[in-house]
Structure formats: structure tokens, C-alpha cells
Design a protein around this ligand. Structure first.
Ligand code: GDP
Ligand code: GDP
Length: 436
């Protein structure tokens, strides 16, 4: 189910990122460390009263060296476009400024619900000043203090009230949702056209969750698919669409709604740093991933070329060692037919459940070959394991002391589980828990 999206807008230094970090900080901290992946702190999941939603810090989206007013206008535009509810943040110490009034006008013109947060109200005496903010016309202003963590509960109670009702009727469980991510010009839209243009694909409708999303659903050989819109695929000429942070934001939103993510590379230009960063988002989100090397027609080949390119991909994308690599050309359509079967396979593996008894057999057999390690004279003991979740498959291993289960041993278990059950295309997670 699609989560509601909340955007924070406001001038620089009002405290947007302080609040953002407070609301999502812990969650970001538990994301495992992946070498070569830089994290983006403008979009993340937050939770309030058992409702999870996604939060955007629009302050993190900078548009070149434009003046303050242009930056703020753009950020407000993105908030209006990308979110369901907007938190408009003002510096309570400073009061209402001209820039705040400009944003106020823009927000009024949109029909999005706005909750006014007056930050830096660090002590009760300051709360008397709250009345001057009624004049902005957003109803009750919520006094908060980001640095002291005050008032956030009341603010979020109000925010949550404005979440749109979701359709109970959701897509069929069997429908595979996928998206294509990659830097501009790698060929994402060409690939979509090529997939949809293929014979025997029936495009049944164009349905969107928001006003102008362009999710496309189609059917092939009795399997339903939905391609989820990303920034690179809809080019409407807004200035901010060219900024990297905005494309990242769109990619993150698309990834979140996908089962399978196609990380598209350009064989013509080769792999650059930005490709790794973008693919890293899919990995972090725990989605099934396929690495698609597009424009394979542009490469002069002999019998070793593909292997060499794949080796290079493997080296650059070590964190995606589970992802299959497919080589194709959206232009000539060569090898395009290899794509959908891979998507289906990755999606099935992403949702796969293995039986507890088989899982334990595999683990115990591998322990017979490779005894558990000891650390400072203490030996790791594995009692049993069970799969606790799918999408991605997640396993809990009960042990005598989780501290004794090191990364390398986890890696060993992961490899054994993969060999036994075949989880190609999907990340799997393994956690150690204590059981005496
Ligand atoms: P942003 O530019 O809107 O993201 O603002 P930041 O979150 O970076 O905060 C700007 C400055 O305001 C930092 O020095 C924060 O420590 C400070 N700040 C944030 N929240 C509060 C608050 O509630 N009270 C006070 N006194 N300072 C705050
Ligand atoms: P996007 O920005 O990722 O959506 O990329 P586009 O689909 O707009 O493609 C960018 C450019 O690459 C266009 O000029 C396409 O015609 C070209 N292109 C896309 N796929 C291929 C391919 O497989 N081979 C070749 N030679 N060119 C391609």
C-alpha cells in the first residue's frame, strides 16, 4: 500500500533537518553499512501512532546558486507536487519574514493540507508569541522545539489527520511492480517503450496514484505487471527536474513502491560513480534488483566482451552480488526477451518462503562441514533458524550469543542458504538473536 508523504518546507535554518533527523534518525541509523553507498538524507520513512509515512526535507534540494526566493519557491513547488501533507516551518524567534509570506501565497494556491510548525519555541514563556502566527491563515500554529524535541506529538497528530483515505482495494498480490532507475540518458524511457511495444504485451490501462503519475500496467503470458514512473521517464520541462536531488527523490519514491528494480547502465558510456549511488538505493530498500546493461548494440564485441563487462559490473557493484546482469538493447530490441523472465524470477525469489525444517537441515549440514567460529575462547552455538519475513526474505538465527556471529559467518550462512534455495535477484537478511 502506498504510504502518505509529508514534506517539510521553510527557510534555511528554521530547523527542518533537525526535525527530519528527529523523526527518521533512528531508522536511518539501523540501515546496514554498505561500502560505496552514500546515503541521502532528504527522503526517509518515519512513524507516528502506528502509521508509517515518508518524509521529505525539501531544504536538501538545492537549485544551483539561485537566490533564496527562487530556492524556496522551487522547494515549495516540489512539496506541493510530491506530498500529501505539508509541514510549513517558521522560525519562532525570528517571526514571519518576506520569504515566509511568499511561500504562504504558494501554499494557499495549492489545495494541499498545510500544518504550520513554529520552531525554536524552546521554553514555555516563548509560547505566548504563538498568536502572531495565526495571521498567516493556516489555522492553529503548532509550537515546537526541534532541539528539545518538544511539541512534536501534537504536530504529528495534526499531520496524520490529513492523510488521504487509501483505497482498500489494492492491486492483485500477483501483480509485479517494477521500476527503472538510472542516470539520465541510459535509456530508461526507451526500455519502457520497448517492453510495452513488444508483441503479445497487452497494455490494459494507464493508472496513476497521483494526479500525473504515469504508472502503466500490462499483461504478458497471463502475468500482470505495473511499471512505476520515475523522473527520467517523464520530462515535462520543470527546472528542478534536472537537479540530481530531485531525481533521487523520484527514484526513491518509485523504488519504495516496487517489488523489482531495474538498475539501468549504459554500455556505451560505461559505469560511473553516479550509477553505483543510484543502484545502492534499491539495495538499501531491500528490493529485488536486476542490473540491466542497455545499449549493448553500441559495443564492438568478441566472445569475451560480455564476460569482461560482467566482471567489471561485479567489481563495481559488489553489494549487488545477488543481482543478475542482463545485456540488451532497447534500440535494436536484441535480447529484450530475456528481461521479463528475469523480472518474474526475481520477484518470485523476493517473495519466497522456505520451510523451517528444510532451512534447519541446510544450516546444520553446513555446520558439519564448517564448524562455527570461536571468539576469545567462546564458541558460537546455533540452535535453530526460521524465516520471519518475505520481501526481502528475512531469517532469524537463534544463537547462544549474537556477538559471536560475525559478518563473515553471516556471509557464509547466506551463501549456503542461497545455494540451497536459490534466491537469485533478491537480497536476503539474516539476524542473530539470543536464546539460552
Ligand atoms: P534547516 O536549514 O531548516 O534544515 O535548519 P537546521 O535543522 O539545520 O537548523 C538550523 C539551526 O537551528 C541549527 O543550528 C539548529 O541547531 C538550530 N535549531 C534547530 N531547531 C532548534 C530549536 O528548536 N531551538 C533552537 N534554539 N535552535 C534550533
Ligand atoms: P532516459 O533518460 O534514461 O529515459 O533515456 P532515453 O530512453 O531518453 O534514451 C537516451 C538516448 O539513448 C536516446 O537518444 C535513445 O535513443 C538512446 N538509446 C536508448 N536505448 C538505446 C540502445 O539500446 N542503443 C542505442 N544505441 N541507443 C539507445
Amino acid at each position: 500500500m502506498r504510504k502518505s508523504v509529508v514534506a517539510i518546507v521553510g527557510k534555511p535554518n528554521v530547523g527542518k533537518s533537525t526535525i527530519f533527523n528527529r523523526l527518521v534518525g533512528e531508522r536511518i541509523a539501523i540501515v546496514e553499512d554498505v561500502p560505496g553507498v552514500t546515503r541521502d538524507r532528504i527522503y526517509a520513512e518515519a512513524e507516528w501512532l502506528n502509521t508509517t509515512f515518508n518524509l521529505i526535507d525539501t531544504g536538501g534540494i538545492e537549485i544551483g546558486d539561485e537566490p533564496l526566493m527562487v530556492q524556496m519557491r522551487t522547494q515549495a513547488e516540489i512539496a506541493i507536487e510530491e506530498s500529501d501533507v505539508i509541514i510549513f516551518m517558521i522560525d519562532g524567534k525570528e517571526g514571519v519574514t518576506a520569504a515566509d509570506e511568499e511561500v504562504t501565497r504558494m501554499l494557499f494556491k495549492s489545495s494541499k493540507p498545510v500544518v504550520l510548525a513554529v520552531n525554536k519555541m524552546d521554553n514555555p514563556e516563548m509560547r505566548d508569541r504563538i498568536y502572531e502566527f495565526y495571521s498567516l491563515g493556516f489555522g492553529e500554529p503548532y509550537p515546537i522545539s526541534g532541539s528539545h524535541g518538544l511539541g512534536l506529538g501534537d504536530l504529528l497528530d495534526e499531520v496524520v489527520k490529513h492523510f488521504p483515505e487509501r483505497d482498500i482495494e489494492e492491486d492483485d498480490e500477483d501483480t509485479i511492480h517494477f521500476s527503472l532507475i538510472g542516470r539520465p540518458n541510459v535509456g530508461k524511457s526507451s526500455l519502457v517503450n520497448s517492453i510495452l511495444g513488444e508483441e503479445r504485451v497487452i497494455v490494459s490501462e494507464v493508472a496513476g496514484t497521483t494526479r500525473d503519475a504515469i504508472d502503466t500496467s500490462f499483461e504478458k503470458d497471463n502475468q500482470d505487471f505495473v511499471i512505476i514512473d520515475t523522473a527520467g521517464m517523464r520530462k515535462r520541462g520543470k527546472v528542478y527536474e534536472k537537479t540530481e536531488k530531485y531525481s533521487v527523490l523520484r527514484a526513491l519514491k518509485a523504488i519504495e513502491r516496487s517489488d523489482v528494480v531495474l538498475a539501468v547502465l549504459d554500455a556505451d558510456t560505461g559505469i560511473i560513480e553516479q550509477d553505483k549511488r543510484i543502484a545502492g538505493y534499491a539495495h538499501e530498500a531491500g528490493k529485488a534488483v536486476i542490473i540491466v546493461v542497455n545499449k549493448w548494440d553500441t559495443v564492438e564485441k568478441d566472445d569475451k566482451t560480455m564476460k569482461e563487462f560482467e566482471d567489471k559490473v561485479r567489481q563495481d557493484f559488489q553489494f549487488l552480488d545477488y543481482a543478475p546482469v542482463v545485456f540488451l538493447s532497447a534500440l535494436t530490441k536484441k535480447r529484450m526477451h530475456t528481461l521479463l523472465p528475469r523480472i518474474i524470477q526475481a520477484s518470485e525469489n523476493h517473495a519466497k518462503r522456505v520451510q523451517t525444517n528444510l532451512l534447519n537441515e541446510v544450516i546444520m549440514d553446513s555446520l558439519a562441514l564448517n564448524p562455527t567460529p570461536s571468539i576469545k575462547g567462546r564458541k558460537l552455538k546455533i540452535l535453530y533458524a526460521t524465516q520471519v519475513a518475505v520481501k526481502p526474505p528475512t531469517f532469524v538465527v537463534f544463537v547462544n550469543d549474537p556477538e559471536l556471529m560475525h559478518f563473515t559467518f553471516k556471509r557464509f550462512l547466506e551463501n549456503r542458504i542461497r545455494e540451497a534455495f536459490g534466491f537469485e535477484g533478491t537480497p536476503i537478511k539474516i539476524y542473530a538473536r539470543q536464546r539460552k
